[in-house]
Design a protein around this ligand. Structure first.
Ligand code: IPD
Ligand code: CA
Length: 280
């Protein structure tokens, strides 16, 4: 997909290749404590590896002469080139930093490109599993791919056979967990792997049947790329009310969502999540 004279799919591959190269030295330091280098724009502590990955992405784009507004979990918003309002690059340079630093082999880089500051303006996306080297990509209207092969979600609609990802990670668990007990009780296998962009790609390619994060803690930067991959694969991703997701692409923007492989599974899961008002 050529936009503004740029072959974005090719350029995103160059970005992830550079990220993989720059991240490699850090993989030798797993399990050693890494200092916090302050708090990132998304509100979490920043590690050196996060900055190395972000620098790799920005450096690749800048070397190619691209004008863009960066929307990053680490540095926040910055502009590059002469026409930065024509293109927005939303990134979580490393999704799953804790996994990476602990030596848990599940972490990714995530990059989305849009013409506007809104999620529904995203037209090209890439999420790469940095440990296994698997790349998920999507272009608006053209489909989603894993390492250049077209992907499709699972057709399973039965919770008694399902593998469902659920993020209950350390946030308002006393309010969130009770809303999910019906779903947990009816689901065969519950998982949380620790890198939500990649877990959404697992919904897109049929590895798992759904992924749910209703904490209201996750940032827009974590899911902007995976959202397009889920859509283009033909899976479903909405609010808990079943409304389409759309929000401002900003490092401060928080999101919650239900992503599922198919319509029938979507209806089932939405009906099992208790509304927040019932918790009052
Ligand atoms: C984290 C991962 C994790 C989720 C956290 C996120 P990060 O991303 O996606 O699965 O539970 O809420 O912050 O911080 O490693 O980019
Ligand atoms: Ca991150």
């Amino acid at each position: 997909m050529i936009e503004q004279g740029i072959d974005w799919p090719k350029l995103l591959i160059s970005c992830k290749n550079n990220v993989m190269e720059k991240v490699t030295p850090f993989l030798k330091m797993t399990k050693k404590p890494q200092p916090d280098l302050g708090i990132g724009a998304g509100g979490d502590p920043v590690k050196q590896v996060d900055l190395a990955a972000e620098t790799a992405i920005v450096g690749t784009l800048a070397t190619c002469g691209v004008s863009f507004t960066l929307i990053s979990e680490e540095s926040g918003e910055k502009t590059y080139g002469k026409k930065p309002s024509e293109c927005f690059v939303t990134t979580d340079p490393i999704d799953g930093t804790t996994n990476l630093l602990r030596g848990i082999s599940f972490y990714a880089t995530s990059i989305a490109v849009s013409k506007t500051r809104n999620l529904n303006g995203v037209f090209a996306a890439l999420v790469t599993d940095l440990f296994h080297g698997t790349t998920y990509s999507a272009q608006k209207g053209i489909g989603a791919h894993r390492d250049n092969k077209r992907i499709a979600p699972s057709q399973n609609a039965s919770l008694s056979d399902a593998v469902i990802g659920l993020d209950l990670n350390s946030y308002r668990v006393e309010r969130i967990a009770p809303r999910l007990t019906d779903l947990i009780g009816k689901t065969k296998h519950i998982r949380h792997l620790g890198a939500n962009a990649l877990e959404l790609c697992y919904v897109a390619d049929g590895t798992i049947d759904a992924f749910v994060d209703i904490r209201g803690k996750l940032r827009a930067t974590d899911i902007a790329a995976a959202w397009l991959i889920v859509q283009e694969a033909g899976a479903f991703m909405t609010t808990t009310d079943g409304k389409p997701l759309n929000f401002k692409l900003s490092p401060k923007q928080k999101v919650e969502f239900v992503a599922t492989a198919n319509d029938a599974m979507h209806e089932k899961i939405l009906s099992l999540i208790r509304p927040e008002k019932d918790m009052e």
